[in-house]
Design a protein. Structure first.
Length: 377
């Protein structure tokens, strides 16, 4: 299968051996031999860089600002990087703006979120960007915990069975968490009734605490920051979406290692399910959350600039001072995914989402997007 993204190495005709040896001696450290040309390290001295984000939430924006402060130190010239929010359309607004306005000069980068990836893959109306031409520089993973309120019959993983009966599942809108819940609980013999339209996670938590709602989900780090509060509200974890190891296996996140993954529970309910469409959809959801946020440069950006950015964000993410500052601010380190792994996760996910199951008319499409009801006149 053809990949959307290659290694982005510069290509050219091979130089004569004598010339190559001579030029290699001149190209000390900061110069790289690629064919007959030398690629100098891009110099951002005096430049101002804009980093777009589809988010406006304080934590997400502050996390990116903090990271870019350290990335800037590793770009030649230490340029000023300003994070700018372009909120709306489930990430489509920011992606469209980035595709339409960003020049391939390394001075504009953007985060694209998972809803923007889905919208692109299923060809939703209003999408005017092509992810396949963009240059991946990094990724960020997200781990979610599925939780039960006090009125839920299932209060832990052992309760994922037919005796739970129909339960309500609250969310702002349909997504991969909703799809996972529907597939898993259906396998258990206790289908969930999805309730959309919640304004945000806080309102879901309130509904779970009051007993109005049975089930929901929450970002794992938010769960860890408020464990005592959720315990007081009788809200408990049932399972987690998990994380991927280097071999692509779904693993429990070490921060919540006592909570099983949806993958574990599904295979316990359906031991012979591997290879089925439902299991493939479940794994797709889990793997796509490993690229919940992708960071890009625009199409046509020179490889030297792309490589400079990749190096800068990588060094920034691994800087002990950044790790300490991020952990102090949020209680956990950045869930950083290097560009090569991020590209693979994204390639695999986008290819799967192009399959008929996830396209309009397919069951997967209904599970993650649903059908919009026409308003009555």
């Amino acid at each position: 299968m053809a990949r959307f993204f290659d290694n982005l190495t510069l290509k050219g005709s091979a130089a004569p051996l004598a010339a190559s040896v001579l030029m290699a001696g001149v190209a000390a450290g900061s110069m790289t031999m690629t064919g007959t040309a030398l690629a100098a390290e891009p110099d951002f001295t005096g430049k101002k860089i804009t980093f777009l984000t589809p988010h406006r939430g304080a934590d997400s924006v502050l996390s990116l600002k903090t990271w870019m402060k350290y990335a800037s130190k590793n770009l030649k010239g230490n340029p000023e990087i300003t994070v700018q929010s372009k909120f709306g359309g489930g990430g489509v607004t920011a992606a469209n703006f980035f595709a339409a306005t960003a020049k391939p000069d390394g001075l504009t980068a953007s985060m694209l979120n998972l809803p923007a990836f889905i919208s692109y893959s299923v060809g939703r109306k209003g999408v005017k960007y092509d992810i396949s031409t963009m240059k991946v520089i990094a990724g960020e993973a997200a781990v979610y915990v599925h939780i039960a309120g006090k009125s839920a019959k299932a209060q832990d993983a052992s309760g994922v069975n037919a005796s739970a009966g129909e339960q309500s599942f609250g969310t702002r809108s349909r997504n991969f968490n909703v799809m996972t819940a529907q597939i898993l609980w259906r396998a258990a013999g206790s289908p969930v009734r999805v309730v959309t339209g919640f304004r945000g996670n806080d309102t879901v938590i309130q509904a779970l605490a009051s007993g109005e709602l049975n089930l929901g989900y929450i970002y794992m780090q938010a769960w860890m920051r408020n464990l005592k509060n959720y315990a007081d509200l009788n809200i408990k974890p049932i399972y987690q979406m998990g994380t991927l190891d280097a071999a692509g296996n779904i693993m429990r996140d070490p921060l919540i290692k006592d909570v099983p993954t949806a993958d574990e529970l599904y295979l316990k309910l359906k031991p012979n399910a591997k290879g089925t469409q439902d299991y493939k959809a479940l794994r797709t959801a889990m793997s796509m959350y490993q690229i919940a946020k992708g960071f890009f440069l625009p199409a046509g950006t020179d490889a030297a600039i792309v490589n400079a950015w990749r190096t800068a964000v990588d060094k920034g993410a691994k800087d002990p001072a950044f790790i300490a500052e991020h952990t102090k601010l949020f209680g956990f380190p950045l869930a950083y995914v290097p560009w090569a792994q991020a590209s693979k996760n994204l390639n695999d996910g986008l290819a799967t989402l192009k399959e008929p199951y996830f396209q309009p008319g397919g069951e997967g499409y209904q599970l993650i997007i649903g059908t919009r009801q026409k308003k009555k006149k």
